[in-house]
Design a protein around this ligand. Structure first.
Ligand SMILES: [Zn+2]
Length: 161
């Protein structure tokens, strides 16, 4: 039995975090395939097998965030997912139309927080953000996330107004 959290923490110590490397290390199948517009990804868990599918038509940084979100579901919610599929619409304009079942909105919040913590570690952002230079782009590149995602993250952490 591998210690999943120590695997994740090991990968998390190297930026940008290699999310697909984590899937490989945890024996989670990762698939990119075209999905309907607005669908970001899904997770299908059937103990002990897990497949994460990400919409191939979305951009690389959205795919990374979706993959990290699904990893959060695997680590945090797999007991609720056993034998079921869960679909995510993480970036749709209406925002709140994620089909939650078999999960609840609070689980989506947890998976989003997991993804943000994994891809954009708070400690590193606090240490590296320089108000004099307002180096958002540099930090976004460091974490391989979009500029917009980094702005939201820095604001949520109270690092940048
Ligand atoms: Zn979800």
């Amino acid at each position: 039995m591998i210690d999943e959290m120590s695997v994740v923490n090991d990968f998390a110590s190297r930026l940008p975090v290699d999310v697909i490397g984590i899937f490989d290390a945890l024996s989670i199948d990762y698939v990119e395939e075209p999905m309907a517009p607005g669908q970001s990804g899904r997770i299908h868990y059937e103990d002990p097998f897990c497949t994460v599918t990400v919409n191939a038509t979305e951009g690389p940084q959205r795919k990374r965030f979706t993959a990290a979100h699904e990893l959060g579901h695997y680590l945090l919610h797999r007991d609720l997912l056993d034998g079921k599929k869960h679909l995510d619409r993480l970036f749709s304009d209406s925002g709140r139309d994620n089909p939650y079942g078999p999960l609840a909105p609070s689980h989506e919040v947890q998976a989003n927080k997991f993804a943000a913590d994994l891809l954009m570690p708070a400690g590193i952002l606090r240490a590296r953000y320089d108000p004099a230079r307002d180096n958002v782009t540099e930090l976004a590149d460091l974490c391989d996330v979009s500029h917009a995602a980094m702005e939201i993250r820095l604001k949520a952490l109270g690092i940048r107004p």
